[in-house]
Design a protein around this ligand. Structure first.
Ligand code: XUL
Ligand code: CO
Length: 436
């Protein structure tokens, strides 16, 4: 029996459509800059929020109505839920999904039992992938919910916790490989600290690096060729997360010789929690050649935590797509909706509205970004701003032909610089608005 009997495959109906269960802008086959929108955006549905989120908050239990879910921790319930997930993703028309080991299958009393439960559900995922053609964008392991991870996983002061986490990631890598996953993500979970009086920071960082090297080695051993990602996030759940933003992650990866093996998975709400914009994080990662994939969501300007809302702001998605296109587009990565419906949006159909909104907002961002690039004015103005580096003194400096002594000589002779140009910020902001 279908879980969403009243919903057909969400169709592209064009900008004039008034149907709120249709796409007006996301037309999967339409080409933008010579690539289909499907391939540019590589939309992905997350299992944890969309199929496990109940809408609980610190003041009350879940509100979500999910008739297919009996609320039990049984493997049968998990298998049924997996089939529903694929019905949803297929009707939505997203080509990918992402999951944590413990949200697709229940954790057992022992590691062996958990592995067995996971294998049972992975069998269903494999069948459903074959039936629908939907693929796995990335897998990951939940190394933060179980109380054993209270002090962290790879950075725990307890070496047995490190060993348990290693065993869990080993299995998660195996099933990601079995499912043909395009990638594997490490989000820090509780890798960070609450208090420095009880924390040996350098030792914990060494352990985290050792853990990631073990993962890289094991991927080689089993022939897993997917891309590894590390997902920056500050503040939650620990006061200071080691992977707090893109720059911190890049520094860590470089210090421990991991930069060849991991790219970044950037999430909007994590960027804003870190006091950055998503555009800033995309530029930091992109300029280091490490822009891998994005977790698409948004926070709330008035709330200081990770609200994980669906993105609806076209200005934001235009910025995202401009940076993504600039750094060569998404290859192994995708636009992964790490977002949840609000507690008050408790009906199954709300899951469709939320994802349709996110997909539409990104489709518009993509088209607007492509229009900005095709027009070329922004790029031209940016180039002009740096024109003093294209010839004469600037070109000589860039070519390494100068030192402090030679530059002092030039400036002593000149006495003062010839003048600066306006940054034209407001004009450029107006220019961007003219494409929206
Ligand atoms: C947590 C978060 C995670 C990761 C995967 O804030 O974003 O769900 O995306 O572990
Ligand atoms: Co995320």
């Amino acid at each position: 029996m279908p879980a969403f009997p009243e919903i057909n495959r969400i169709a592209f109906e064009g900008p004039q459509s008034k149907n709120l269960l249709a796409f007006r802008h996301y037309n999967a086959d339409e080409k933008v800059e010579g690539r289909s929108m499907r391939d540019h955006l590589r939309f992905s549905v997350v299992y944890w929020h969309t199929f496990r989120g109940q809408g609980a908050d610190p003041f009350g239990p879940g509100t979500a109505v999910r008739p297919w879910d009996d609320g039990s921790n049984s493997v049968e319930n998990a298998e049924r839920r997996a089939r529903v997930a694929f019905e949803f993703i297929e009707k939505l028309g997203a080509p990918f999904y992402a999951f944590h080991d413990r949200d697709v299958a229940p954790e057992g009393a022992t590691l062996a039992e958990s592995n067995k439960n996971l294998d049972a559900v992975v069998k269903v995922l494999l069948e459903e992938q074959a039936r629908t053609g939907i693929r796995l964008l990335w897998g990951t392991a939940n190394l933060f919910s179980n109380p054993r991870f209270m002090h962290g996983a790879a950075t725990s002061p307890n070496s047995e916790v490190f060993a348990f986490a290693a065993a869990q990631v080993k299995k998660a890598l195996e099933v990601t490989h079995e499912l043909g996953g395009a990638g594997y993500t490490f989000w820090g979970g509780r890798e960070g600290y609450q208090n420095l009086w009880n924390t040996n920071m350098p030792r914990e960082l060494d352990h985290l690096a050792q853990f990631l090297h073990m993962a890289v080695d094991y991927a080689k051993e089993i022939g897993f060729k997917g891309q590894f990602y590390i997902e920056p996030k500050p503040k939650e759940p620990t006061k200071h997360q080691y992977d707090s933003d893109a720059a911190a992650c890049l520094n860590f990866l470089r210090q421990y010789d991991l930069l060849d093996h991991l790219k970044l998975n950037l999430e909007t709400n994590h960027a804003t929690l870190a006091g950055h914009t998503m555009q800033h994080e995309l530029e930091v990662a992109g300029s280091a050649g490490a822009l891998g994939t994005i977790d698409a969501n948004t926070g709330d300007l008035l709330l200081g935590w990770d609200t994980d809302q669906f993105p609806t702001d076209i200005y934001l998605t235009t910025q995202c797509m401009l940076s993504i296109l600039k750094y060569g587009g998404l290859q192994t990565g995708g636009v992964n909706f790490d977002a949840k419906v609000r507690r008050e949006s408790f009906e199954p159909v709300d899951l469709f509205h939320a994802h349709i909104g996110g997909m539409e907002t990104f489709a518009r961002g993509l088209k607007i970004a492509a229009a900005i690039r095709a027009d070329g004015q922004l790029e031209k103005l940016l180039q002009e701003r740096y024109a003093s580096w294209d010839s004469g003194l600037g070109a000589e400096i860039e070519a390494g032909k100068h030192n402090f002594g030679s530059l002092e000589k030039i400036m002593l002779a000149k006495g003062e610089i010839s003048g600066n140009r306006s940054g034209r910020q407001e004009m450029l902001e107006n220019l961007i608005n003219s494409y929206l």
